[in-house]
Design a binder for this molecule. Structure first.
Ligand code: LEU
Length: 445
């Protein structure tokens, strides 16, 4: 049977943007930026996107486009008889693990959207949003119900395949997301404290540039946000037609992802400053701080609907790309139909997700890494080890396993100066930088 492919390059670009733009740009970006000094973090983050992120995204795309198979199969085809396919295996495991906790947060977002739609989150509940969030996430069944619903929606689209499923869903979701985002940002800019929020986001504190933790956080965020290192972008690129070119698409995706993150910051920080929230509230910023802000804002209920619709949609298109990683692999290797593969992978991911969700309730005493709960532990392991390691291995594969000619030809870059800069970054800078940052972070501990 002929392998599925994207109908158009635009469809591929929207799907890859959909993968990149997710909870990472809104939920994760806002609290990581908040905790790491706002503008200083933003500048370093943009540096990492341009200097490392976009070249690495192109690296991952070129492996997928040349390999024309899932994350594991592409390495097997390009480097037969070697151990390189373990990079793909790590991606399949990484994608599965990330989606297992991601889907829990998606379930929360869906629950919030529902309660904004029926109107009962328009005012602060008794005891406040903090209390109600804690009470609700610690119950057993309800969060699982919303997570289950979310996973069903993801599985249903992945079953339909690339052209008819993932491409079509993104064709609707991405433009809708962009419009919603801009409307919310314009509203946020009209708030009284907008200038303070903007100053936080755009006026750097130069003293913070010497702080290694900000670099670590910015690099991790850049990789997470571009979805690189786990084979999702590789798998997406494997469905491209051979005449669909990579470089401009890659730059477009990287820039759009960053624009989305900045606009998310413009939506969130003015609101936080106008209504006396705390930007360093951490992960609960989006689920506790923002809802209380919405409750005290004019037309806050509507803003809440818009905001959580945005969050759910962004998360959804990213979840599609994560599920596609194991599904493409299982579909090829176990001889299961795409439908069966999607159901099997979706079920496994949901089952791991159940433990993540219970980590907020009856299993809240369970810690895996240091004293982090199950969600934070998986986020930590995937974000700090699997993602950077996956990215580094792909860079080494392209920079050292391939010949220079192969690498440049498959990157499809035409301009000589860009060819050599890209190759130099991939071959030398990225592996060394990731090692240095990893070692610094271990020593810093
Ligand atoms: N890039 C996605 C996001 O920003 C996450 C990735 C791991 C699919 O949410």
């Amino acid at each position: 049977m002929k392998r599925d492919e994207w109908k158009s390059r635009l469809g591929f670009m929207l799907a890859a943007m959909g993968s990149a733009v997710g909870l990472g740009n809104i939920w994760r970006f806002s609290y990581v930026a908040g905790e790491n000094g706002g503008a200083t973090f933003l500048l370093i983050y943009i540096f990492f996107i341009l200097a490392f992120g976009i070249p690495l995204l192109l690296t991952e795309f070129s492996i997928g486009k040349a390999g024309k198979k899932d994350a594991v199969g592409s390495f097997m085809r390009l480097a037969p008889g070697t151990k390189w396919h373990w990079t793909g295996v790590m991606g399949v495991i990484g994608g599965t693990l990330i989606l297992s906790f991601y889907s829990v947060v998606c379930g929360w977002s869906l629950y919030y959207l529902f309660h904004y739609l029926i109107g009962d989150f328009w005012t602060e509940p008794t005891g406040g949003f903090g209390q109600s969030f804690e009470n609700w996430t610690s119950t057993t069944w309800e969060p699982l119900f919303w997570q289950f619903l979310f996973m069903i929606a993801v599985v249903l689209v992945v079953i339909r395949g690339i052209k008819r499923g993932i491409e079509r869903a993104n064709l609707i979701a991405m433009p809708a997301l962009a419009i919603l985002m801009v409307v919310l940002a314009v509203y946020s800019l009209t708030l009284d404290g907008a200038s303070e929020g903007l100053a936080f986001l755009f006026t750097p504190d130069w003293s913070q540039f010497g702080n290694p933790q900000v670099y670590l956080a910015a690099m991790g965020q850049a990789f997470f946000s571009l979805s690189i290192g786990i084979g999702g972008m590789l798998t997406y690129a494997s469905y491209l037609k051979s005449n669909d070119r990579l470089p401009t698409a890659t730059v477009g995706i990287g820039i759009m992802d960053t624009v989305f993150a900045v606009i998310a910051g413009i939506v969130i920080f003015p609101a936080v400053f106008s209504f006396g929230g705390d930007v360093t509230d951490g992960p609960p910023l989006v689920f506790i701080t923002l809802p209380s802000i919405f409750a005290s804002m004019p037309a806050g209920g509507l803003v809440g609907i818009g905001f959580f619709a945005l969050l759910v949609m962004a998360a959804y298109s990213s979840a599609l790309s994560m599920l596609e990683v194991p599904v493409a692999y299982v579909h090829r290797t176990l001889g299961l139909s795409r439908k069966a593969a999607a159901i099997v992978c979706g079920t496994v991911i949901f089952a791991i997700g159940v433990t993540v969700s219970l980590g907020y309730g009856i299993w809240s005493h369970v810690t895996i890494v240091e004293n982090k709960n199950i969600l934070d532990s998986i986020d930590y392991i995937t974000g700090n080890y699997i993602l950077p390691l996956g990215t580094m291995l792909m860079a080494i594969f392209v920079g050292w396993y391939w010949t220079k000619d192969q690498a440049i030809k498959r990157s499809e870059i035409n301009t000589p100066i860009l060819q050599s800069s890209w190759y130099f970054i991939i071959r030398y800078i990225v592996p060394v930088a990731i090692l240095v940052i990893a070692i610094t972070s271990i020593v810093d501990k």
